[in-house]
Design a protein around this ligand. Structure first.
Ligand code: CAO
Length: 560
């Protein structure tokens, strides 16, 4: 027998790498080339294998440790003895002969308490030692009532601020009771599930077993029962056993499952990132060792998803829309999309996917406004401009934005703060042959309707001739998209992030309005306000839209 020290090899130019996953526990038998830990640096994620076959007798790292090249990871003793001496001592000192024999045959797996009932045993699986007394988040429930699990199947995934860890089924069986749900916090010892197993397979009684209430034996972690050499103050070691079943190498995926039903292999940090992106790991092609999904793979996936338009979206496990050869059905023309078109597609998809949209509708009675507008036609001609409903809308919106500043705000600091803008710049969607562009009218609240009309005309012209400067398309706090001239009763526009609201304008039409005694024909302008519900509540939107309609009904309100 001899002892081999396993150290961190060359880690590819990084000063240090973090231990993101410990794949073995003290007492585990490992084969040569079997992974011991997974390291992740800013450049790569790598599994560090054992140089020799043998028993892990010392484990010198824990998840979260930062290691440099040459740091000692573990000591492996080459031996033909399947279990180290300390393991046998623990088992034999605490359990009866039969259980001890079972324990020897099956290295420790997971914490459990058990009771035997006629032929079958019930086993309550608690939260194992997770290396902290603090509660941790139960982020995923991997099983359901009545489900048959095999030994090593993940029951739940726990996540602390340092690591995520799978809690595996200690034995095969049927889930008879679930004591927890995703989203709650749990602590070491909290019961997770009650598992019915065949009595013949019952193999373990914890080292510190106490009498159990009803059918439940006291909680203890398998690693406690198996290893007297591991101090209970060594949280890393305790966590390790729960993270990885002995013998369940990377190939098994038992400890590496994404927790999203995928079989893709990834470390906790990558899994966490995937959840933050809303990306199903199953959809990501891993380029790491053994097809492990690396951070870079995730970044590439998200980047491609954003660039490839609506057929693939991060956050939704949709299969790609098949590329159909339409020529098989008849003649086709295939044209390249403009850069602007593709950019718009990317922005729309990002906004659609990341903003919880709500759209609120109302009709503004613009009968009087239309009379007024038409009465100004000659003057408009004299001024060399055109007075459509849009300049009035812009003016009315500017006034309503001043009194409803939230609609003119943006989320900042990753959602921690709101930025209120003390200016009123409004974007105006313009349909051009090259695609959709949104020039911005600045300080709309400070301009007359004539000035706004002139600017609308000029900016729309520039947009169509592709002469807009970048500065003329920046700084909007709100956008108006008017399809009134084109037609349609209404539509639900997509918020132009980081703005939080957008007004969609439909085609005005005469409609009946009850005036208290009779229906009167009024010209009604359909308005749809889409808003980011993370910022704008229904009340905010309702007040804004009501005020806007009020101003449009009587533009004199704009000067109050
Ligand atoms: N209801 C009924 N008629 C309307 C109207 C409405 N809501 N809005 C405009 N009109 C009328 C105008 O009064 C004008 O008629 P008259 O010449 O008889 O007065 C006519 O429609 C044409 O208006 P216009 O298009 O010249 O001017 P506009 O101010 O309404 O719009 C602009 C300017 C630049 C916004 C518009 O040309 C445009 O590009 N709209 C498309 C915006 C868009 O694509 N939005 C979707 C974005 S998401 O894909």
């Amino acid at each position: 027998m001899s002892k081999h020290t396993i150290t961190v090899p060359d880690i590819g130019g990084s000063d240090a790498a973090e231990v993101v996953e410990v794949l073995v526990a003290v007492g585990d038998q490992v084969d040569e080339e079997q992974g011991l830990v997974v390291l992740e640096s800013d450049k790569a994620s790598m599994e560090i294998p054992s140089d020799v076959s043998g028993t892990v007798v010392e484990l010198l790292v824990a998840e979260g440790d930062a290691l440099a090249e040459g740091a000692t990871l573990a000591v492996v003793e080459t031996t033909s003895d399947p279990l180290p001496e300390h393991h046998l001592e623990t088992a034999s000192s605490t359990v009866d002969a039969e259980a001890t024999t079972q324990e020897e045959q099956h290295p420790p797996e997971a914490a459990s308490t058990e009771t035997v009932t006629s032929g079958n045993a019930e086993l309550v699986v608690p939260v194992p030692d997770i290396g902290t007394d603090e509660a941790v988040d139960l982020i995923e429930l991997e099983i359901e009532l009545g489900q048959t699990v095999t030994e090593g199947d993940t029951l739940v995934v726990l996540e602390s601020d340092k690591a995520s860890m799978d809690v595996p089924a200690p034995q095969a069986g049927v889930i008879r009771e679930i004591f927890v749900s995703a989203g709650q916090q749990v602590k070491e010892g909290d019961n997770l599930v009650r598992l019915e197993v065949s009595a013949s397979t019952v193999s373990k009684v914890p080292a510190d077993a106490e009498p159990a209430p009803e059918s439940t034996l006291p909680r203890a972690t398998a690693d406690q029962s198996s290893s007297t050499t591991r101090s209970s103050s060594d949280p890393s070691a305790e966590t390790i056993v729960q993270r990885k079943q002995p013998g369940a190498g990377a190939d098994s995926g038992a400890a590496s499952n994404a927790g999203d039903g995928s079989d893709n292999y990834a470390g906790p940090a990558v899994r966490k990132l995937a959840r933050e992106f809303g990306v199903p790991l199953a959809a990501v092609r891993g380029t790491g060792p053994r097809n492990r999904v690396l951070k870079e793979d995730l970044h590439r996936y998200v980047q491609e998803a954003l660039e490839s338009g609506p057929s693939r979206s991060p956050g939704v496990a949709l299969a790609d829309i098949p590329d159909v050869d339409f020529a098989q059905f008849g003649p086709v023309d295939i044209v390249d999309r403009s850069r602007l078109d593709k950019l718009t597609a990317t922005n729309m998809q990002r906004s659609w996917l990341s903003v919880p949209h709500v759209t609120q509708f109302d009709d503004a009675d613009i009968s009087d406004l239309e009379d007024f507008r038409k009465s100004l036609k000659d003057e408009a001609d004299r001024r060399g401009t055109k007075l459509t409903p849009l300049p009035f809308l812009l003016k009315a919106a500017a006034v309503a934005l001043k009194t409803n500043p939230k609609i003119n705000s943006s989320l900042s600091d990753g959602g921690e703060t709101l930025t209120f803008k003390n200016y009123v710049h409004i974007g105006m969607a313009v349909d051009t042959p090259a695609g959709l562009v949104v020039p911005v009218l600045r300080d709309v609240d400070q301009k007359s309707v004539w000035e706004i009309a002139k600017e609308v005309f000029e900016l729309a012209e520039k947009a169509r001739e592709r002469k807009l400067k970048p500065a003329e398309m920046q700084g909007a706090g709100f956008t108006i998209s008017s399809l009134g001239a084109i037609g349609g009763r209404g539509f639900t526009p997509i918020v132009n992030t980081p703005e939080v609201a957008i007004l969609g304008v439909g085609r005005a039409a005469i409609g009946p309005v009850w005036n208290g005694t009779a229906f009167a024909p009024r010209k009604l302008l359909p308005l749809a306000l889409s808003y980011d519900h993370r910022v704008v509540n229904g009340g905010d939107a309702g007040r804004f839209l009501t005020e806007l309609c009020g101003i449009l009904k009587d533009m004199r309100r704009a000067i109050l």
